[in-house]
Design a protein around this ligand. Structure first.
Ligand code: FAD
Length: 476
């Protein structure tokens, strides 16, 4: 009997999992699943405690789902990626593994790690199969006419949609149960190293329940109830206008293909839902686009701007201003509410991510990499490709980024996207009792003793805007 090892990474699910499906292709193959804990590496990569805790909670449910397929889940606890080739080689030898299957990851360190694992296992005569699974269409399959990676989203999306029309996506089923399992599952430890979640276990369970069944249900509810109005509701953080599926997609509890197929089906059901579905599918396309950028332009994984010339900008490195931003004490209610949402829930609405990222990089002129890192350290859906793409968009250093002269006015963003201040008041209770213009500019009529606890704006937007424009213009 052959014995395959399925290494789970950003694909913590049984359904529509390319590598798992391939590992289970032959009924006679026994399969053991592997998950690696690498706490020091996570810290080095700024992975948020809330994200690790989410995976830890979810892994127990994945272990149960795999047990029903006769696939035991074993763990390797190492410090860093560099330790893994030897540790996996020892496991492979002790279990008599004949092949390893995993879905490819696109970040630089992950690729170096996988090449080292291939080398180590090939010396033992064990084949490694790296499958394409994380994107709807894999990197290098959506290229310009002259074979280059796209740097602009709109033509990328056009090509992406044509390919999907020509070759519709078919979802893979959960593999059939194995006849036999050849090893025992490991006990999943309660603590996974030095990272602790910033949100309480009760809040985490309430906001972000785990399990593939839950994620699938969340997707179905969104498609049934909300996707039709997504195009109209997605910019208003006070309402549930978006799917909140990003943590499940980032950990691979759902595949982006599953999301796409359900949205395509909903779009076919009636014209009323079509616009919402199309805009939502566009967001899934942005997800692919930014992952492709990692492969086409790997320098963005090395803390470099996509547009290298913008690395010459004299970004400010001001700890006090940065801390005020991190803690939601900037004196701009919409910015502060957003930053406090991140701290309280591990997640932030997309419109707000754009507002706070632009505020940090354009109003405070603080290095966008500081913000990118803070996001990674706090987001439950932290994902290098999407996060880096979003930050470089806001800072005008990225591919297809906001032009440098497009600078949101943080005072106007509040009335525009949270007109009643409902969202702001949820996270900035100091402002209770205010409404209308005063809620969005609490100190505009001088300092009221009632709101003395709420800070004055830490920066004058008009002056900051002029300063930032001058820095970009000086680049030539
Ligand atoms: C500065 C900044 C940082 C960001 N950091 C991350 C991050 O670390 N992880 C992350 O998953 N997303 C990130 N995004 C993208 C986006 O904000 C989130 O994906 C979205 O808010 C998640 O909420 P949702 O699941 O309700 O999204 P929906 O609106 O329901 O969209 C569905 C899915 O599409 C994908 N998606 C949506 N918008 C984008 C986008 N602009 N870029 C890439 N994928 C997208 C996500 O997987 C999302 O779950 C960032 C955006 C900005 C501006």
């Amino acid at each position: 009997m052959t014995h395959a090892l399925m290494w789970f990474r950003q694909d913590l699910r049984c359904a529509d999992n390319t590598a798992l499906f391939a590992a289970c292709e032959s009924r006679d193959t026994a399969v053991t699943a592997l998950y690696c804990l690498t706490p020091e590496q996570w810290i080095e990569h700024d992975v948020a405690g809330v994200r690790i805790d989410f995976e830890r909670r979810h892994l127990a449910t994945l272990q149960r789902d795999l047990a029903a397929l006769n696939i035991p889940l074993v763990l390797i606890k190492a410090s860093r990626y560099a330790d893994l080739p030897d540790r996996i080689a020892s496991l492979v030898q002790s279990l008599g593994i004949t092949a390893l299957h995993a879905n490819r990851q696109y970040e630089i360190h992950e690729q170096v790690r996988d090449r080292a694992v291939t080398k180590s296992l090939s010396s033992l005569g064990v084949d490694c199969h790296w499958h394409e699974d994380l994107c709807i269409l894999p990197p290098a399959s959506v290229l310009t006419n002259d074979g280059r990676f796209y740097t602009v989203f709109t033509p990328f999306k056009r090509n992406w949609l044509v390919q999907l029309q020509e070759r519709p996506i078919r979802l893979l089923s959960v593999p059939k149960a194995r006849q036999k399992s050849l090893t025992q599952s490991d006990v999943i430890p309660e603590h996974w190293g030095g990272l602790t979640s910033a949100i309480s276990p009760e809040t985490a369970d309430h906001l972000w329940p785990v399990g593939e069944a839950h994620a699938w249900q969340r997707l179905q509810v969104f498609i049934a109830d909300d996707v039709a109005l997504y195009d109209q509701k997605r910019n208003y953080p006070a309402i549930n206008g978006t799917s909140t599926l990003s943590p499940y997609l980032a950990a691979g509890i759902l595949s982006a293909r599953q999301c796409l197929v359900l949205a395509q089906q909903a779009a076919h059901l009636g014209a009323a839902a079509r616009a919402g579905c199309e805009v939502w599918i566009s967001e899934l396309c942005w997800r692919d686009f930014y992952k492709h950028i990692l492969i086409g332009f790997p320098h963005v994984c090395r803390h470099q701007a996509f547009k290298l010339e913008t690395d010459a900008l004299p970004w400010r490195h001001d700890d006090a201003l940065f801390q005020a931003w991190c803690e939601g004490r900037t004196g701009y209610p919409i910015v502060d509410a957003a930053m406090r949402q991140l701290k309280a829930t591990g997640w932030m609405h997309n419109r707000l991510r754009m507002i706070v990222a632009m505020f940090l990089s354009k109003d405070l002129f603080i290095d966008w990499r500081w913000g990118e890192r803070h996001f990674m350290q706090h987001l439950i859906d932290g994902d290098l490709a999407a996060n880096n793409g979003g930050w470089q968009w806001a800072a005008s250093t990225g591919n297809d980024a906001a032009p440098y002269f497009r600078i949101f006015n943080p005072t106007l963003q509040g009335p525009k996207f949270d007109p009643e201040g409902e969202f702001i008041l949820r996270f900035v209770p100091e402002l209770k009792g205010l409404s209308g213009k005063l809620l969005h500019e609490p100190h505009s009529k001088g300092m009221s003793p009632l709101f003395a606890r709420y800070p004055r704006p830490i920066v004058n937007h008009a002056e900051a805007r002029e300063f930032t424009l001058a820095q970009f213009k000086a680049l030539g």
